[in-house]
Design a binder for this molecule. Structure first.
Ligand code: FES
Length: 176
């Protein structure tokens, strides 16, 4: 990835040339007067590069897309996949909505909380793992489920599988 970056006068944030090109690609999918329609895709790219969406990034994006900063903030706060502060290297979203709740979703969250020694909504003291409760993740038939880093769905999570997952994340975290 190129290290070249662009700075915008309205904020202190910068992005790699690759991310800037991806912003352009997303914006090009819409008519010029509708470029703000790319806001979710651009927020996703911001998070991919920085790990979270800071208020500086929101300001930068508002300027880039020609929309009010509050409108970018509304989108960033509406969808819980956007991290508004730095999170651990791994984020675990445990579904505690109805179908998962009926099959042990809350117990899975509590088991992870005990094993990681961290409260839901917090990051472990070593900065490795963020634990979050989540609304329905769209995989009710596989309940209880959880999502790692917003991309990797884990199904039918009993205590053994939860323990294996935590061990695997610790192992991966130690390697890099
Ligand atoms: S209720 Fe958990 S995935 Fe739908």
């Amino acid at each position: 990835m190129s290290n070249s970056a662009m700075k915008d006068g309205s904020s202190n944030v910068s992005f790699s040339a690759q991310t800037l090109a991806l912003f352009e690609k997303e914006v090009a999918k819409y008519p010029p007067e509708r470029r703000q329609a790319a806001v979710i895709a651009c927020l996703t790219l911001v998070q991919q590069e920085h790990g979270h969406v800071s208020s500086d990034s929101e300001l930068w994006l508002a300027h880039y897309l020609g929309m009010p900063a509050i409108a970018v903030h509304e989108v960033a706060t509406f969808y819980n996949m956007f991290n508004l502060e730095p999170v651990g290297r791994f984020k675990i979203n445990v579904c505690t909505n109805l179908s998962c709740q009926l099959r042990g979703g809350q117990k899975a969250l509590e088991h992870l909380s005990q094993k990681l020694n961290v409260s839901p909504g917090r990051t472990t003291s070593d900065g490795l793992i963020r634990l979050e409760p989540a609304e329905c993740l769209g995989a009710c038939a596989d309940a209880p489920v959880l999502l790692v880093n917003d991309t990797h769905m884990c199904s039918f999570m009993d205590n053994d599988k939860l323990d294996q997952l935590v061990d695997a994340l610790h192992k991966e975290g130690a390697q890099t």
